[in-house]
Design a protein. Structure first.
Length: 226
């Protein structure tokens, strides 16, 4: 029989994680004072759908003091408990870093500020939507600690649907305000290529004036015949 503490300790750890999780957003909301240029009300609907996913993860619960995977030996719950701890810590770090990186641009409602900046630093260098990634990690942790595997499947689908709506609303706002990230990266690559080509031709012209016979892509300089 699985010891009671193996159920209670991970559950209490998740509960503490959710308190910190909520505090992060409450503090971030107090610091979010930028003047809104444009907002999307559809994103509010998406928030309620995401909240519904969390409610499902918590309410579709398994029997207390039982493992998350009843079809395997209860000792597998040690691995589940370890995964819960890792998920909560990683999710909180991701969310805190993302909210701090966004600064005044963070908001519950999808919006664009007057002096909007496309953020591509911090956790946004790793994943495109670190806050939603962290939120999903907390959802999974709740199901592993308290919920049922069926509830986790349903909650994951609902969360995906709500997140998809919100992401599309945000990307639509960003596309209307500035170039999307993929276009910016492509523009940066083209500018880099143009700089390299210009430098190559400049070096070629200089060598020609000095009496070297070389193609523009000849590297290194001592490979050219005089």
């Amino acid at each position: 029989m699985m010891p009671r503490w193996l159920y209670l300790w991970p559950l209490h750890f998740v509960e503490i994680g959710y308190i910190i999780f909520g505090a992060i957003f409450l503090l971030a909301r107090e610091r979010s004072h930028g003047k809104t240029k444009k907002a999307d009300r559809v994103s509010i609907v998406a928030i309620f759908i995401q909240a519904l996913a969390f409610a499902i993860a918590w309410t579709i619960a398994r029997k207390h003091f039982t493992p998350f995977l009843p079809m395997v030996d209860w000792r597998a719950q040690y691995l589940v408990a370890t995964l819960i701890v890792v998920l909560v810590i990683a999710s909180l770090i991701f969310v805190m870093a993302a909210v701090r990186t966004l600064g005044q641009q963070w908001s519950l409602q999808a919006r664009v500020l007057e002096h909007h900046e496309l953020v591509q630093r911090g956790p946004y260098r790793i994943v495109r939507h670190p806050i939603y990634t962290g939120m999903f990690g907390m959802l999974v942790a709740a199901s592993l600690a308290h919920g049922h595997w069926v509830g986790l499947l349903i909650a994951s689908l609902v969360y995906y649907f709500g997140t998809l709506i919100r992401v599309r609303a945000e990307e639509k706002l960003c596309a209307n305000n500035s170039a999307p990230p993929t276009k910016i990266r492509a523009q940066s690559a083209r500018l880099y290529s143009a700089d390299v080509a210009a430098a190559s031709w400049a070096a070629y012209a200089s060598r020609q004036r000095s009496g070297y016979k070389c193609s523009p892509t000849c590297q290194p300089p001592d490979a050219c015949a005089k």
